[in-house]
Design a protein around this ligand. Sequence first.
Ligand SMILES: [Zn+2]
Ligand SMILES: [Zn+2]
Length: 158
Amino acid sequence: MTSESTCPCGSPKYSECCQPCLDGQAHAKSPEALMRSRYSAYIELRPQYLYDSRHSSTRNKRTVQELEENCKAISFQSLTILEAPLPEEDEKEAFVEFRAVFKKNEEWGYTQEKSRFFKEDGQWFFVDSQFNDPQLKPEDPCWCPEGQSFGQCHGRDK
Ligand SMILES: [Zn+2]
Ligand SMILES: [Zn+2]
């Protein structure tokens, strides 16, 4: 991954998006930027970043070693930000809802989460996530990239 590449999170330029965060040159400017950088950290295999960017109240849920195993087990394919209101300057808590599609053991999977972030000493940290069901109708496009409707694809058994 070079600076000129597309960012792993899907935005046009790595050097102007997640790279400064992952390389420790800058803090994420917003909860959305932090969320994107954590997604990119999975792809770029930066378990220490995943650890450090988590708030101290929940940081010990996973060791750096466990995070590294998670990064290796999951191959993220796409990120969609669903809701990321920009918090006011003095706001100390914020939420970002997103859907991420991945491959694990050759199977498609997704996670839809509403992540919580705390601001401490001017820096945003990831706290925890609430997992949501995407509520797709059978005629909606499936969340996986196979190009079929949800009802003919992963929604078939529902
Ligand atoms: Zn990015
Ligand atoms: Zn599908």
